[in-house]
Design a protein around this ligand. Sequence first.
Ligand code: AMP
Ligand code: MG
Length: 433
Amino acid sequence: MTGEPVRSLRASIIAVGSELLTSTRIDTNSLTITETLDALGIEVRDKMVVGDRRADLAAQFRSALERSDLVIVTGGLGPTDDDLTREAVSDALGLPMDEDPSILDTIRRRFTSRGLRMPEVNRRQAQVPRGATVLANPNGSAPGLWIEHRTKAIALLPGPPREMRPMLQQLVSDQLSRRAGDVRLRRRVLKIAGRTESRVEELTQPTYSRWLSQTQPIETTILATPGQIELHLSTRGADVEAAERALDQAVGELEAILGTDLFSTDGRSLEEVVGDLLKRRVWRIAVAESCTGGLATSRLTDVPGSSAYVERSIVAYSNDAKTALLGVAEELIRERGAVSEPVAAAMAAGISKRASTEVGLAITGIAGPGGGTPEKPVGTVCIAVDGPVAVVRTFRFLGGREMVKSFAAFTAIDMVRRTLLDAPTDVDWIKKG
Ligand code: AMP
Ligand code: MG
């Protein structure tokens, strides 16, 4: 089957509840829904959070329905006066409300089974826009509703996540997968180290922009975290093999452009990649950290099974500790400063010698906000790897204390990777001048 580009369904999500507009409650339902729709190849076009106001909700709902094939609303299905989703949707669709005797019966039985009488307010939950299909709620009193209106589909789901989730799953097995057809979303995540977001963009954009207009179009988004840039590639289609082939081809093109700066195309984190490189050689690493306070080791040990290759780590924060625990000469620190390439190199050599490991890693720097000088401003960090070869580099990271620490820990682990691969270490954060 060759690909007529398949248009996937478009969805809007509306989270209803004034509490979701405060700083104390957060809309998590839309994340669950997005994950579910992604898996079905349904594109989430937009999402909104709307307070408990009937007119606002009706207006937002109407506009979502104009743009999207599917509108999923969560919340506002309870029995109280501030639960207005049913009413707002029936206003917007111009559908009258009928009382559904079977819903009323189910709610009444929920109460009597617990020895309670159903409060009269719960009667509102039996009001259903005409023509709607009732979605059972085994975990609460509010039933969900499924409405097919002209070419559009609408799902009204309860707000509490533990009630919403099972109902959504049921909807996936029934109405949703039927609507979504065979279209599925396939994606790849590429992880890049040592380059700024703008540099990655500059290098790759001319290539990935072409993919939008090919037979199997691929969408690319670029994301940055301290040290790491991610390229997310995704494509939709009924022909899963064609989708996978197009993604393989795209990943291959990016591999050629990015070289060893690209460290992962299979979901592995940087520390997993480095762990695998060490395991393959049956090598171990020991770490000496100053300004990162153990953060690099914490990351390395986030990987299950890292005890196979992480031998030890020392946080040598003071000059005395660098001398006593790592054997860095006092005069060297006095003459060159604790944040200097010779001290970083001595720390790495010291730890690997004492631990008898094949690889030593050391980090010393100025995380700020104090302690900077014109020659060594805040964010100056020296990183040394003592391994098959000895490498030491000085970097300049920008941002506050936490950012500098994160960048330094990530970049240090990446230096180990580059050293093990015999790859260039001239990354974008190298301090110039
Ligand atoms: P409701 O169905 O509007 O009565 O919502 C009941 C409760 O569900 C609220 O008090 C929230 O705690 C929770 N809730 C509602 N909407 C959401 C949402 N979008 N994400 C997470 N929790 C929600
Ligand atoms: Mg509510």
